[in-house]
Ligand binder design. Structure first.
Ligand code: ATR
Length: 279
């Protein structure tokens, strides 16, 4: 082993300073006694290609990719993991020893793990699932739920044709529901997921009513700023189990860290506290 090796990685996006990813990765670097660092890379869309190409030129181990680059960055990869290809987006680049760039998407893995952490008995086939939103986050969530064995996903989006495009090829599982019907779609469902940006810091709460949602259903939100969105607060107060977006963030980071730093890191209470201390 080369003791002089210093491994560098980071997260590329715009805006990016709100991202808590450096806290996670730098915590793990210290915890496992590694030499390295993980930073914020503020990259505008017009500089994405140069920034991605620069990863191997600078000898970085790789990077995470976040809004608004997840789709465009995929096109710059030399090899795209089949799951990321199906999702049409990447959130992780791993620079290979020969300098080539491999793209992965760990968002779906992170999402499913976050549900299992919140409820170890969770099963994708426990009943109908309602997914709100049809953007990049939704694509990762919907495909991972299908892969986990979901039997019925009611996909609701303000813009109907985006939901139809996401459902294409999966119509036997994914049923597109109009925005006007979103509240009725919750009847009898076992899981309700928000993947839109509504309820995020600076945005109004998502415009839904949970009246038709069984109290036995789990409610999850891909958002982690704030940790408890108005949707999750309403769900918790009426007795639903909830899962916030922090679990997704923490869990998607594990396989990325393993790929760059060689250790599969653990999510500990101390790590959660370190992240929570920044809110
Ligand atoms: P991400 O990658 O985080 O999913 P995105 O691809 O921009 O981001 O998707 C944002 C999602 O939030 C979309 O489903 C969007 O709905 P549209 O497809 O109709 O744009 C949804 N969204 C944004 N603002 C919304 C609003 N005011 N009401 C309902 N949905 C909204």
């Amino acid at each position: 082993m080369d003791n002089r090796k210093f491994t560098l990685a980071g997260v590329m996006g715009m805006p990016i300073t709100q991202s808590r990813s450096p806290i996670l990765h730098n915590y793990w670097i210290a915890k496992y006694g590694l030499r390295g660092a993980y930073g914020h890379f503020p990259v505008e869309a017009q500089n994405l290609e140069a920034a991605i190409r620069g990863l191997s030129a600078l000898g970085l181990a790789g990077c995470n990719v976040t809004q608004p680059h997840k789709v465009e960055a995929l096109k710059l990869m030399d090899v795209v993991d089949p799951l990321a290809q199906r999702m049409g987006a990447i959130n992780c680049v791993v620079v290979q020893p020969d300098g080539s760039l491999h793209g992965f998407n760990h968002d779906g893995y992170g999402y499913i793990q976050s549900l299992k952490d919140a409820n170890p008995d969770w099963r994708a086939d426990a009943g109908p699932i309602v997914v709100l939103g049809a953007g990049g986050a939704s694509r990762a969530v919907v495909l991972s739920l299908i892969d986990q064995g979901a039997t019925e996903i009611r996909l609701v989006n303000r813009t109907l044709d985006k939901a139809q495009a996401l459902a294409a090829g999966y119509e036997h599982i994914v049923k597109v529901v109009s925005w006007a019907e979103r509240n009725n779609a919750m009847e009898g469902c076992a899981l309700f997921v928000n993947t839109t940006n509504q309820g995020m810091y600076g945005q109004p709460p998502i415009d839904v009513s949970l009246d038709a949602l069984p109290t036995t259903a789990m409610v999850s939100d891909a958002i982690y700023i704030p940790l408890e969105t108005p949707l999750l607060e309403t769900a918790r107060l009426r007795g639903n189990k909830t899962a916030n977006g922090l679990g997704m963030l923490l869990n998607q980071a594990r396989p990325a860290f393993k790929a760059w730093f060689g250790v599969m890191p653990e999510i500990t209470d101390e790590l959660k506290q370190a992240v929570l201390a920044t809110f």
